[in-house]
Design a protein around this ligand. Structure first.
Ligand SMILES: C[S@@+](CC[C@H](N)C(=O)[O-])C[C@H]1O[C@@H](n2cnc3c(N)ncnc32)[C@H](O)[C@@H]1O
Length: 297
């Protein structure tokens, strides 16, 4: 089949804007095997996401294995990673004394006895927590782009956790520590031993209202409900993170979380009620309030 034929066929069943990209990816993935291409097209027509069929997806500058049981990394989540990397660059030295590290020091540092020093340079390795890690796309992107960090990645679903471990190996990051645990009811040892120990907490938790979970787009319905369902008002995980996990941050540390459209103000109120720091909201490339955070006093 030609690319045009595949596009025309797909257009009859999926979003017409997705058809050209999906056609190209399925043709590339089938590598000239017509039978395999037909099988892939059938799966795509039946509503299976393209990413599950080809088994991988790019996010930030990394590649991730994905499939049934794990959320597909979304482009809007890159804002969370950008924000995390900016915070780390402003507060920690990168490894080594390369040119980039020197520029950060000159821009963000202060001059002490002729040397530029970053505010938290004495802290050494940045300690980062990624709650609800899924494929590990956030944890791994941070770890890979900021070598002077140790990222603890927590995920409850055993299916997603297998992808997380695979992706750590695939991306050859030695500074990610995966935990298969529940951030709502578990992690007692980690929480007990880590009060005020972390520099940065990041999370893209489930945030869809329970009642809306069955009405999502056909492709999204193939993704795990555990990755989507954020409780009655969609905000359950934000409350848990504010109450249970915020105390793990150091003074000057930061929590940043992704949220759904129209949720940012309510989440900022949850964070403000802790009276722990200065809250903020950031917009994504589409102008939607997408990241909510708090910088600890
Ligand atoms: C919205 S997905 C985000 C996944 C990934 N961080 C990303 O950005 O693509 C939320 C993740 O939280 C996980 N999860 C749900 N409930 C959890 C819990 N109680 N403890 C830990 N992880 C949980 C889900 O399995 C899913 O992988």
């Amino acid at each position: 089949m030609t690319e045009i034929e595949v596009i025309e066929l797909l257009k009859q069943h999926i979003d017409e804007y997705d058809a050209p990209v999906d056609a190209r990816e399925l043709i590339r993935f089938s590598a000239g095997d017509e039978e395999k291409l037909k099988e892939c097209i059938e799966r795509r027509i039946s509503g299976e996401p393209l990413q599950y069929i080809i088994g991988e997806w790019d996010f930030y500058n990394c590649n991730f294995r994905v499939g049934e049981g794990v959320l597909i990394p979304r482009p809007e989540t890159e804002l969370l990673v950008d924000t995390a990397l900016d915070f780390l660059a402003e507060n920690f030295s990168q490894d080594g004394d390369d040119a980039t590290s020197m520029i950060y020091k000159v821009v963000y540092g202060t001059r002490v006895r002729g040397e530029y020093v970053l505010p938290n340079e004495g802290y050494g390795v940045a300690r980062v927590l990624d709650l609800c890690s899924g494929s590990g796309c956030i944890a791994i992107s941070i770890a890979k782009n900021f070598a002077n960090s140790k990222v603890f990645a927590i995920e409850k679903s055993s299916q997603a956790f297998e992808y997380l471990k695979q992706n750590v190996a695939l991306n050859r990051v030695k500074n990610v520590v995966p935990f298969n645990d529940d951030i709502v009811t578990g992690c007692q040892n980690l929480i007990g031993a880590s009060k005020g120990q972390f520099d940065l907490i990041v999370s893209n938790p489930p945030y869809v209202k329970s009642a809306e979970c069955d009405e999502l787009q056909r492709e999204v319905l193939k993704e795990p409900r555990m990755a989507l369902d954020g409780g009655e008002d969609g905000l359950d995980f934000y409350r848990v993170i504010a109450n249970r996990w915020l105390p793990l941050l150091k003074s000057g540390g930061m929590l940043i979380m992704e949220c759904g459209e129209d949720q940012a103000v309510a989440i900022e109120e949850i964070l403000s009620a802790t009276s722990c720091g200065q809250t903020f909201i950031l917009d994504d490339f589409a102008g939607i309030s997408r990241v909510v955070g708090i910088k600890m006093y």
